[in-house]
Design a protein around this ligand. Structure first.
Ligand code: SF4
Length: 353
């Protein structure tokens, strides 16, 4: 068995892992965890990074129908932040040493590309801060509302000062799953096309997976291989972020009668490290979704980044996330050191501050 293990380890180190290997390892968690931890050590050493940032969810008005969403509201009941409100949130963040502002919102029926650009331009004209904004779904929505291509929208956003985009709205990149959990959302091919176009235009992005609902282990593995394929092609992903499905206050949560165990969370994170090695070497854990304690434990399963301070995260809270809305840099430092690792503050693009 030792020889088999060594052979498989060398194959993974060389970036040649196959679907069957991942499936095999998912059922041999102790081998998987050992490999994931070795690869993390090789690429990231003992450094664990975090970011000082702020989320701004500028509107919850949305024409989407995602069954996992507890955030969206009809036009009559929802909110849309004024520019002044956005600016005062950015000011508060910058005063707290934030280097990134993450802007995302619902799919407001009236918003066109100029509105999306205006938010970025206004922030950029007042503050020197990195703008990480608009998921592929928002870009798709802006393109349709503005009668433009997604490429034209991305170019306009870049010109306005966009620094990078969140690779959210990926959920599970399989149309048979998407058709059930988010039937009106962009299809897999479109998500991939928008991400690749952004990367080609010099706009990096994160990559995500939303796991723990109706998808199978095979679906998760196939999703991560899709991310690997894109990364081999463009190199534009800064990190991969597993996002555990939050089941409170949403239709999908009422449909799904299971809660993933800690072991299943660990297997998913470790599989991501193994499949994405050596193409995408930053694996982030979401403390908002898992809670700070389990997020800290994930550092032993291939994770090297703990994400951002956030200062505001209404989307997960409304779906039952137990973690708070803000984790201070001091908390990050303490949690990382308590795990025996070295904390380092980073920028969105992984420069160490
Ligand atoms: S997840 Fe986003 S796009 Fe889907 S309904 Fe909620 S706010 Fe709208």
């Amino acid at each position: 068995m030792k020889e088999d293990f060594d052979e498989l380890y060398e194959k993974i180190r060389a970036g040649k892992v196959e679907r069957e290997d991942a499936l095999f390892l998912a059922h041999k968690p102790f081998y998987l965890f050992r490999i994931a931890d070795e690869l993390r050590k090789e690429k990231n050493g003992d450094v664990v990074t975090y970011l000082v940032n702020r989320n701004i969810n500028f509107t919850n008005i949305c024409v989407g129908t995602c069954k996992f969403c507890a955030f969206r509201e009809e036009k009559e009941k929802g909110y849309m932040l004024s520019m002044d409100a956005v600016l005062s949130k950015v000011e508060e963040a910058v005063n707290n040493e934030a280097t990134e502002i993450c802007v995302q919102g619902g799919l407001h029926p009236n918003l066109v590309v100029d509105n999306y650009c205006e938010i970025i331009e206004t922030i950029k004209s007042h503050f020197d801060v990195h703008i990480h904004a608009y998921s592929p779904m928002e870009i798709y929505h802006a393109a349709r509302n503005s009668d433009m291509s997604e490429e034209e929208v991305l170019k306009a956003l870049k010109k306005a000062g966009l620094g990078s985009i969140p690779g959210t709205a990926a959920e599970i990149l399989d149309d048979s799953i998407r058709g059930i959990i988010c039937p009106k959302k962009l299809k897999t091919d479109k998500w991939v096309e928008i991400i690749k176009t952004a990367h080609r235009l010099g706009i990096p992005s994160t990559a995500t997976i939303m796991y723990g609902h109706i998808e199978s282990l095979e679906n998760r593995i196939d999703h991560i291989f899709k991310i690997q394929e894109i990364q081999k092609d463009t190199g534009g992903f800064t990190e991969f972020v597993p996002l555990k499905f939050m089941r409170k206050n949403n239709e999908l949560g009422r449909m799904v009668n299971r809660n993933l165990s800690f072991l299943e969370d660990a297997i998913l994170h470790a599989l991501a490290r193994v499949i994405l090695h050596p193409y995408c070497t930053n694996l982030q854990v979401s403390w908002v979704k898992l809670g700070v304690r389990d997020a800290q434990r994930m550092l032993y399963f291939g994770v090297n980044d703990m994400g951002g301070t956030l200062m505001e995260e209404s989307i997960s809270r409304l779906s039952g996330s137990l973690a708070g809305e803000y984790m201070s840099p001091e908390d990050f430092e303490r949690v990382i050191k308590d795990a025996g690792r070295t904390p380092k503050r980073r920028t969105t693009l992984y420069e160490i501050n």
